[in-house]
Design a protein around this ligand. Structure first.
Ligand code: UFG
Length: 360
């Protein structure tokens, strides 16, 4: 298949692109590079030995989007583009609603014009809000108790897709509800490259392990969990990417939603400990106040993806930490060119061989 990936140069998109190419599909990317880089796709090309067509454009520009459909003639679309910082969405909700909903309106309209019937949408377990019983399954209530505009945009887009499907029975709309994607490709060549101070736990832990930041702030230890810290379902980004391939290859009618997670949770302290074991260095942390809007526990029932997509997460939390650490060591500045010329001493593997040595 020839798949058009919106937001395909980003953290998840680049891993999806690589997995698609390795399965023999063709990949076209539309990305505005606002939170991603060309370098990720250059490395995807290097790893796969295949070509990726990148169109640098904004999805809100409907004429540009039409031109890209004309030039690329996709069979299916994987829609990953969107703003994704929870805190930023609280501070600037209109921007989040305008961007995330606006991109989707343009995309769906152009798909209809070009009679492209297959769409895989990056949604989030955040659509289950704070009301649903655990583990959340696809039939759990959606859209209740969502604590931020980012999450609202995901739930709204899901609803919009449901409505669109009613108008065209030939459409195949697959909604993938991600739990917490972490890790990097095992080559150490592609991974997560936050532009600012990371919002998410794993990149923060990784930067503390590398000495770039002093300590991890653990957001609360008074939750009703075994060690008091928040529990999440962390899923390796390569597993997650393979979930997209499975969704693309499946023949499903109408709208189908799938949880993509491992089915079990790990606490913040368990994550810090797993990373510390893999990196073989201590990771300082201190407990601070809980972050507004954080739920105590989130993990999903993942049986539906196994049964209908044949997809099961294969990699462990330790695998993800090991791969994230390899990526961090090999790319201390992410994709920026500094990474290729200057590696600070504190990021060097320890001389006693304790550190993880990136592959040649
Ligand atoms: N945490 C810390 N310190 C940090 C960062 C996070 O203790 O510096 C804790 C959080 O309180 C939470 C856990 O680590 O308990 C995971 O936090 P993340 O920010 O990594 O992830 P969230 O579960 O808050 O959010 C993620 C995605 C959202 C998505 C949500 C869906 O970032 O996009 O999962 O459940 F909406």
């Amino acid at each position: 298949m020839r798949a058009l990936l919106t937001g395909g140069a980003g953290y998840i998109g680049s891993h999806v692109a690589l997995e698609l190419l390795e399965r023999g599909h063709e990949v076209v990317v539309i990305d505005d590079l606002s939170n991603s880089s060309r370098e990720s796709l250059r490395r995807v090309e290097e790893l796969s030995g295949r070509k990726v067509d990148l169109y640098v454009a904004d999805l809100s520009d409907i004429d540009a989007t039409r031109e890209i459909f004309v030039a690329s003639n996709p069979d299916a679309v994987i829609h990953l583009a969107g703003l994704k910082a929870v805190g930023e969405s609280v501070a600037d909700p209109i921007r989040y609603y305008r961007t995330n909903l606006g991109c989707t309106f343009t995309l769906v309209q152009v798909m209809r014009e070009f009679r492209v019937k297959k769409l895989v949408f990056s949604s989030s377990a955040t659509v289950y809000g704070t009301i649903a019983d655990l583990p959340v399954s696809e039939s759990s209530v959606v859209g209740q108790g969502i604590t931020n505009p980012y999450g609202q945009t995901k739930a709204m887009i899901e609803q919009i897709l449901q409505d669109v499907a009613v108008t065209d029975p030939e459409m195949q709309l697959t909604i993938l509800r991600y739990f917490n994607p972490i890790g990097a490709h095992e080559s150490g060549r592609i991974g997560e490259d936050p532009r600012q101070v990371p919002n998410n736990l794993l990149p923060f832990v990784s930067q503390v392990a590398a000495g770039v930041r002093e300590e991890v702030s653990v957001f609360g230890d008074g939750f009703a969990t075994p060690d008091g810290t928040g529990v999440r379902d962390y899923v390796h980004v390569v597993d997650l990417a393979r979930g997209h391939v499975a969704a693309l290859e499946a023949s499903l009618g109408g709208v189908r939603a799938f949880n993509l997670g491992t089915g079990h949770g790990s606490s913040v302290l368990q994550v810090i400990k797993a990373f510390s074991r893999v990196a073989r260095r201590s990771i300082p942390y201190k407990v601070v106040a809980p972050r507004l809007g954080d739920v105590a526990v989130s993990y999903g029932n993942v049986v539906k993806a196994a049964e209908e997509l044949g997809w099961v997460a294969q990699r462990t939390l330790e695998d993800a930490c090991r791969d994230a650490w390899r990526w961090q060591l090999a790319n201390p500045y992410g994709y920026s060119s500094q990474a290729n010329s200057f590696v600070p001493e504190r990021l060097d593997p320890k001389p006693d061989g304790c550190g993880v040595v990136p592959p040649p």
